[in-house]
Every structure is written in structure tokens, then in C-alpha cells.
Design a protein around this ligand. Structure first.
Ligand code: PEP
Ligand code: MN
Length: 355
């Protein structure tokens, strides 16, 4: 952080300011120029409020030279973060694909979709049980029963489960049934929830708020990581822009930018980004070409009758086609996508990552 003093500030005033700044636990390094003086603050400045310093009478402006997040920051952790979930290494060579319905609706539906997406090569089953819907009159999810049905589908297929938590009170249920806890776009800055997820040892899929910057996304990851939970996946899922023809605007540049800012794995959700099933394949291919470590894709066995997000949901056949074309793109950029899997036996043991 750099503090620029107002022109004409006396040397004595700069020195008393330095002493005051040192109380924040940083070293100060003043540079006295002919017209103006600047003070470099060296050390951990993450807890220092720039506004407080700017209130001092002799301060012209305060500038950050480093991002305010540390644990999630590429500077402090130059290597990519990789961790295993089941038999997939997140952030490794393989592109992880989580597929499944927006909402869990019935046992038959979730089992059907789970079998189908697994057969096409998905590594995770996604499914919402607690649905944060814009309208209180829309289907709100099967809640605890939905999580139980996801567990059944996991037992049958071996696919680890990704599902969204919306309230801290649900945490025990999630630890029982869910392998990757999703924080949705609307809760990206629910700091109490994030802090609590820092206390558990379950991977978190953190979706970007639809009006949040990439730095804010990294700060939210920092909330989780500062509690000791390092297994955070960042997820771009489209942001609000002035363009009405898609549900959101997929910010593809977020992928290389996040990879530069952070060492955490980056996933992309092209379904919520566009709202149109017909756009999901091309944006999935683009996301992997741009360096995404994983995709989250909505798949429904009967999209026309889905209780939520039918228009953006792929049929199992369309998903299968997407996966085969994704393999070609992944290979072209030195990545791999799991091949079709036999439908008869589970992909992996029923062994949930410890909490
Ligand atoms: C979802 O994944 O079902 C969902 C609601 O996503 P988002 O939070 O990105 O809208
Ligand atoms: Mn959805």
C-alpha cells in the first residue's frame, strides 16, 4: 500500500504519520521528494482500512499495490491448486464435468439422469434440493428429501454429488449427503455462510455473484480459506449486463483472469450463463478451450416438463453429443474428458471425502 502525502507536508508530520501507521503492524518506508512525499507500507496490509488512512489531514490519497486477498492469491501460491474428489483430480489434466438437473424432482428422475450423465462421462452429479428461486411461488426444491434422493443416485452410480446450500442450518444435512457444497450466485457474499464453510473439510464450489467483480469473488474464497478450508473451486456462471438476449452474459475472460489472480481451480456454468440449451455446447467448448478446469451443466430427462430451468437444460442425448465434441477440444488444449462409462457398475466406491 502506498500513502501519498499532500504537497508541502512537513518532514515532522510525515514522521508522526509513519509512527501512527506502524501501529497497524506494518513497516513504513517514506520517500521524500522535492514536491511531495510518498510512504510505502510493507507487510500484511490486508486488515488496514484505506478510508481510515485517507481521513488523515496530510494524506492526498492511498493506493493499493497488492490484491487484498492472500490465501487465494497466485502470488503467494504460484502452483495451481489440485485436489482429489473421488477419482478425479480437480485442477489436474482431466476436465471435471458436473451434470444433472437444476432441481431434484423425483427418485426416478434423478436416478435416470444420474445413469445417463455417468454413461456419457460426467464425473459428478449436480442437483438442487434447496432452490433459491427469484419468485417465492416457484418450485422451491424437495429440500432434505432431495438430498436423500441424491444420495441414492450416488449409491447407484458412484458419482459424487454437487448441491447448493442456502442456509447455515442445512450444513449437517449437506455433510451427510453432499461431496461438493455449492454456494450459489445469490449467496456469494453471505459472509456468515462462507465463514462456516471455512470450518468444514468439504470442497466448496463458489459461484460468482451475478454483479460481483473477480476480486470480490476471490475475497469470498478468502473467507472460506481463512477458516482453513483450502478446497475451493471458483465458478463463472454469467454476469448481469445490458444484453437481454441471454439470461446472463458469460464472462469468458474471467477464466484466464482468475487463473492469473488465483491458484484455485476455475469452473464454468454455461447453463445459467445463457439460459438457452442450444448455446450450452458452444460455450462449454469455448470454456474448456479458454482453460476452464471443469463445467457445471444442467441436464434433464424431460426438459419441457422440468420444474425449474427447463429451457436451459440439455437432454441426455444432447449432453452425450456435447461430451464427445468436448473430448476433441480438450485434447487440442492438452486436457482430457472422461470417456463414456459402462452403465452397469458404479464408477467408484461410495466413500465420501471426510468433513
Ligand atoms: C444452480 O446451479 O442451480 C443455480 C441456481 O445456480 P446460480 O447460483 O449460478 O444461479
Ligand atoms: Mn438452475
Amino acid at each position: 500500500m502506498i500513502v501519498v502525502c499532500k504537497p508541502g507536508t512537513s518532514r515532522e508530520r510525515v514522521e508522526t504519520l509513519c509512527q501512527w501507521l506502524q501501529r497497524f503492524g506494518v513497516a513504513t518506508s517514506p520517500i521524500f521528494g522535492t514536491g511531495m512525499t510518498v510512504i510505502g507500507l510493507v507487510g500484511d496490509t490486508s486488515a488496514i482500512d484505506m478510508e481510515t488512512i485517507a481521513l488523515e489531514d496530510c494524506v492526498e490519497k492511498v493506493m493499493k499495490v497488492q490484491e487484498p486477498f492472500k490465501r487465494a492469491n497466485r502470488h503467494f501460491h504460484p502452483d495451481d491448486t489440485r485436489f482429489a474428489i473421488g477419482d478425479i483430480e480437480i485442477g489436474g489434466r482431466e476436465v471435471a464435468v458436473a451434470a444433472g438437473p437444476c432441481s431434484v424432482e423425483t427418485e426416478a428422475q434423478i436416478r435416470d439422469v444420474a445413469r445417463a450423465v455417468r454413461a456419457s462421462g460426467a464425473g459428478f452429479l449436480r442437483g438442487g434440493a434447496f432452490k433459491p428461486r427469484t419468485s417465492p411461488y416457484s418450485f422451491q426444491g424437495l429440500k432434505a428429501e432431495g438430498l436423500r434422493l441424491l444420495s441414492l443416485a450416488r449409491q447407484e452410480t458412484g458419482l459424487p454429488i454437487v448441491s447448493e446450500i442456502t442456509d447455515l442450518g442445512q450444513l449437517d444435512l449437506f455433510l451427510e449427503h453432499v461431496d461438493v457444497i455449492q454456494v450459489g450466485t445469490r449467496n456469494m457474499q453471505n459472509f456468515e455462510l462462507l465463514r462456516e464453510l471455512g470450518q468444514v473439510r468439504r470442497p466448496v464450489l463458489l459461484k460468482r455473484g451475478f454483479s460481483n467483480t473477480l476480486e470480490e469473488l476471490c475475497m469470498s474464497a478468502e473467507y472460506i480459506m481463512s477458516g482453513g478450508n483450502d478446497r475451493v473451486i471458483l465458478c463463472e456462471r454469467g454476469i448481469r449486463t445490458f444484453e437481454p438476449s441471454t439470461r446472463n452474459t458469460l464472462d469468458l475472460s474471467a477464466i484466464p483472469m482468475l487463473k492469473r489472480m488465483s491458484h484455485l481451480p476455475v469452473f464454468v456454468d454455461p447453463s445459467h450463463a445463457t439460459g438457452h440449451a442450444w448455446m450450452v455446447e458452444s460455450l462449454s467448448l469455448a470454456a474448456v478451450a479458454a482453460g476452464a478446469d471443469g463445467l457445471v451443466i444442467e441436464v434433464h430427462n424431460d426438459p419441457r416438463h422440468a420444474l425449474s430451468d427447463g429451457p436451459q437444460s440439455l437432454t441426455p442425448d444432447a449432453f452425450d453429443g456435447l461430451m464427445s465434441r468436448l473430448r476433441t477440444v480438450a485434447a487440442a488444449v492438452g486436457r482430457a474428458v472422461r470417456g463414456p462409462q459402462q452403465a452397469s457398475q458404479p464408477a467408484r466406491k461410495d466413500e465420501r471425502t471426510t468433513s
